[in-house]
Design a protein around this ligand. Structure first.
Ligand SMILES: NC(=O)C1=CN([C@@H]2O[C@H](COP(=O)(O)OP(=O)(O)OC[C@H]3O[C@@H](n4cnc5c(N)ncnc54)[C@H](O)[C@@H]3O)[C@@H](O)[C@H]2O)[C@@H](O)CC1
Ligand SMILES: Nc1ncnc2c1ncn2[C@@H]1O[C@H](COP(=O)(O)OP(=O)(O)O)[C@@H](O)[C@H]1O
Ligand SMILES: [K+]
Length: 442
């Protein structure tokens, strides 16, 4: 099992830093050391150019430059201006080499970007942005301190053009941008430098789940019954059902008006929906549903836990209908906007608002999948292969979550576990995978 790693928004990070018992000067020293060590480990001892901005991100740069030089690396510094915090000024005073102007500095093989971190508020000035891009492109290896400059910590937005980095060293905790698009795509490898911040909170990167073990006296129903409601295009729900069966459900049943071909023989096909059967651990409705809103209505009449996916999301209409339903909702961006409208804020804030409005656990899918709970928790998915972007992988995920829910995990934990397991299965399946191959890797 890997632990969930905390994710702190910029304001929460500042609070955590202010509460650190070691003091801010020591925190900056640790950040600079973490940066220097990570850069050395990644790039080896090559001539470096450190770009220092006006705030504490720049302060980290002055510390890292000093420590790299102490380790024997030829280091130069170029600054965009004078430091404007006491911490950064103190860090700069310990650098006794020259400081070049950013727009005149020649490139170096190793480029370390300490222009802006979590304090970025607006787009970089054009001259600063151009210098950053030119120097990164002319380097062999580019390392970002905390965040690539131009990236907004809480949203993952690029406030001005941001070049691609090979390595990003996050200080103290991951920030939302490390796991949100578009920023996460340009960060290269993301490593965490421990600076002694201890700030567990309701936002975290989803770690490897602990799954319920199979009791020695288990029987098929105690392991969990998933009931799937088939609609107009049964291929999709067949994928979900297969995924549920391979995710440890003891019994998978599909109610369907016509026999569905290609299902494992162990998946039971029935004509009657029986949605209030107390043996049902989780209902699944949506994949391949088509224009049959009555099947969603049927699912909402049931008192059993449920996963609502795909076409069913389009039939909900009013998110408040889901209150008290013990539901997991799995929209992609289009389905999300259709149900919740264009919500303001970052993807994390939108997911949270959606969870609050619906009372459901919301899995807001995409290359940067988030799992939000009405109680304020958000699990950010670790990066998953882009080859998941193929038809049917969402149906597989819905079946996995339904099985984990039926096996006894609470809705939020089941959703987080499903997202994590789907990503690892995709890694094993490889780039040529189709959704069916994903099931084979569960
Ligand atoms: N606060 C602390 O104790 C620590 C902070 N750390 C570092 O400090 C960073 C945050 O430092 P700051 O809050 O000083 O913020 P930054 O260093 O990210 O920069 C913000 C500064 O630049 C200004 N600014 C913002 N956007 C600008 C733009 N587009 N053009 C020009 N100026 C702009 C702001 O007004 C502020 O003065 C973290 O990312 C991390 O690297 C680490 O040293 C660990 C300890
Ligand atoms: N670029 C990407 N990188 C990683 N994962 C992705 C990417 N695009 C989509 N995914 C994942 O693939 C799945 C697609 O689900 P969905 O859009 O519902 O497809 P479908 O309805 O065809 O099953 C989701 O789990 C989503 O998070
Ligand atoms: K930076």
């Amino acid at each position: 099992m890997t632990a969930h790693r905390p994710i702190l928004a910029a304001a929460a990070m500042r609070t955590a830093e202010a509460a650190a018992t070691c003091g801010l000067t020591e925190l900056m020293e640790r950040a600079g050391r973490g940066l220097a060590e990570a850069a050395l480990r990644f790039a080896g001892p090559m001539p470096a150019l450190v770009l220092c901005g006006p705030g504490n991100n720049g302060g980290d740069g002055y510390v890292a430059a000093r420590l790299l030089r102490e380790r024997g690396c030829p280091v130069r510094i170029a600054a965009s201006g004078e430091p404007n915090t006491d911490l950064a000024r103190a860090a700069r005073s310990q650098w006794n080499g020259p400081i070049e102007a950013l727009d005149e500095a020649p490139p170096a093989p190793l480029l370390i970007d300490c222009l802006f971190g979590t304090g970025l508020k607006r787009a970089l000035e054009v001259a600063v942005s151009e210098a950053l891009i030119t120097l990164v492109e002319a380097s062999h290896i580019a390392v970002a301190a905390d965040l690539p400059s131009g990236v907004e910590a809480d949203s993952g937005a690029r406030l001005s053009p941001v070049p691609d980095f090979d390595l990003t060293v996050a200080f103290g905790a991951l920030k939302p941008a490390h796991r949100l698009m578009p920023a996460m795509a340009g960060m290269g490898r993301v490593v965490l430098a421990d600076i002694g911040i201890d700030a567990p909170g309701p936002w975290f990167e989803i770690g490897e789940p602990v799954l319920p073990s199979i009791a020695p006296d288990a029987h098929k129903f105690s392991r969990g019954l998933v009931h799937c409601l088939a609609g107009e295009m049964p291929g999709a729900i067949a994928l979900s059902a297969k995924a549920a069966a391979h995710s440890g459900a003891g019994y998978v049943r599909i109610s369907t008006s016509l026999p569905i071909a290609g299902l494992p023989l162990s998946v039971v096909q029935v004509g009657d929906a029986q949605v209030n059967d107390p043996k049902i651990g989780c209902l699944l409705v949506g994949p391949g549903l088509g224009k049959l809103p009555q099947l969603l209505t049927l699912a909402l009449v049931s008192h059993r836990p449920k996963v609502i996916d795909a076409d069913a999301i389009g039939h909900i209409g009013e998110p408040g209908r889901l209150k008290g339903q013990d539901a997991v909702l799995t929209p992609h961006a289009g389905e999300f906007e259709r149900l919740f409208g264009a919500l303001p804020g970052t993807k994390a804030e939108q997911a949270l608002a959606a969870a609050e409005a619906s009372g459901a656990v919301v899995v807001f899918k995409g290359p940067d999948t988030l799992v939000a709970s009405p109680d304020g928790r958000i699990g950010f998915a670790p990066p998953a292969p882009a080859w998941l972007a193929t038809a049917g992988t969402g149906d597989v995920l819905a079946g996995m979550i339904a099985a984990l829910r039926a096996r006894g995990l609470p809705a939020f934990e089941a959703a987080c576990a499903g997202v994590w397991l789907q990503g690892r299965a995709a890694e094993r399946a490889g780039a040529s995978m189709i959704a069916d191959d994903l099931v084979a890797q569960l």
